[in-house]
Design a protein around this ligand. Structure first.
Ligand SMILES: *Cc1c(COP(=O)(O)O)cnc(C)c1O
Length: 336
């Protein structure tokens, strides 16, 4: 399939809820590009996706909550790190749609009523901070809670991979269809798209660009070390392709994703990410977040400085959001 309209109509047939502002803008960042002295840089503003300070999870939840509502759910169960953007956008979407929302968040050094966690409380979610690490154990806890809620007569839907990662890939194949159209209007044909991802976002970018035969090559910067990440992403892309009836298939060898900018661990800032956050705020008035997007921007900056990206190229940076986390990291950001 090389036809944008066919891709868009396949996506339109998926169960979905209307919670965001789409299309998100694709805008040029001339002062940032001039400062770096490299390629033309455009930013795809998923941080402007409308709901609850925006972010890439609004587009993803369009289909995950859509899947739940399609199955008759009246309650959404989710859980992750305590400053999870995914959980904050879920809490807001549930408020907007009149669904019950249960969040079980893993205790860590940022389990403070600031940033995303503050917004979870304000959106009226049932929030519990639990002493279970973020990962398979927390997923098990989410499914056990869903069983309890079902026994109470509710109809819960659990947001968890692999289903949610595949639906996230559907969402970001849709994002590529938007970029394809926006590039036509802007008269550009970008060479690369950089993003913070280790899941559905990059899987969808890889699927969408291949399905449409685009020149655009996705490059992902992981925010967290994840065993078997390439296999998980290619499998999410292929499940998304099946859901959409596309014959495009992705092999894990086609996915480019680096762990080099994580630093000490997930959620720990690096000097390069703090510098990148300040540079983009300073040159474009756009705020990145310290956990995801600023690390991906640090990667893009280094690749430009090393000459891995030529000055004659055009790059898109996908801003996946996460900005409320800034307020939970004020000490580290001011110290850096
Ligand atoms: C969740 C998140 C990502 C990563 O998304 P995946 O779909 O897991 O790749 C990147 N940036 C921000 C701000 C996020 O909240």
């Amino acid at each position: 399939m090389k036809n944008r309209e066919q891709l868009i109509s396949a996506i339109a047939r998926m169960p979905q809820v209307d919670i965001g502002h789409f299309p998100t803008p694709l805008e040029e960042c001339p002062r940032l590009a001039e400062t770096l002295g490299g390629p033309r840089i455009f930013m795809k503003r998923e941080d402007c996706s409308g709901l609850a300070f925006g972010g890439n999870k609004v587009r993803q939840l369009t289909f995950t909550i859509g899947d739940g509502v399609h199955q008759g759910a009246d309650t959404i169960v989710h859980g992750a790190a305590s400053q999870s953007n995914h959980c904050r956008q879920t809490a807001a979407a549930c408020g907007k749609l009149g669904l019950n929302c249960y969040l079980r968040l893993a205790r860590d050094s940022k389990s403070i009523p600031q940033g995303n966690l503050l917004l979870d409380y304000l959106a009226g979610a049932d929030v519990e901070i639990v002493d279970v690490p973020f990962g398979p154990e927390l997923d098990a806890l989410k499914f056990a809670l869903a069983d309890e809620l079902r026994a109470q007569g509710l109809k819960p839907y659990v947001v968890a991979s692999p289903r949610s990662t595949a639906l996230a890939a559907v969402a970001f194949a849709w994002c590529i269809a938007e970029i394809h159209e926006q590039q036509e209007h802007l008269g550009i044909d970008a060479d690369r798209i950089y993003t913070s991802s280790v899941g559905g976002t990059q899987a969808g970018l890889v699927l969408g660009t291949k399905a449409l035969g685009m020149k655009l090559k996705p490059f992902g910067c992981a925010p967290i070390q994840w065993e078997g990440k390439l296999e998980r992403m290619s499998s999410a892309a292929n499940t998304a392709a099946e859901l959409l009836g596309l014959n495009t298939r992705i092999s894990h060898a086609e996915i480019q994703n680096t762990d080099a900018y994580i630093g000490k661990a997930y959620g720990y800032l690096t000097p390069e990410c703090i510098a990148a956050l300040k540079l983009v705020a300073n040159t474009e008035g756009i705020f990145l977040d310290p956990v995801y997007t600023a690390k991906a921007m640090a990667c893009l900056i280094e690749h430009i400085r090393e000459g891995r990206i030529g000055a004659d190229e055009t790059v898109i940076f996908l801003h996946t959001g996460g900005t409320p986390a800034i307020f939970a990291y004020h000490e580290e950001l001011l110290a850096g």
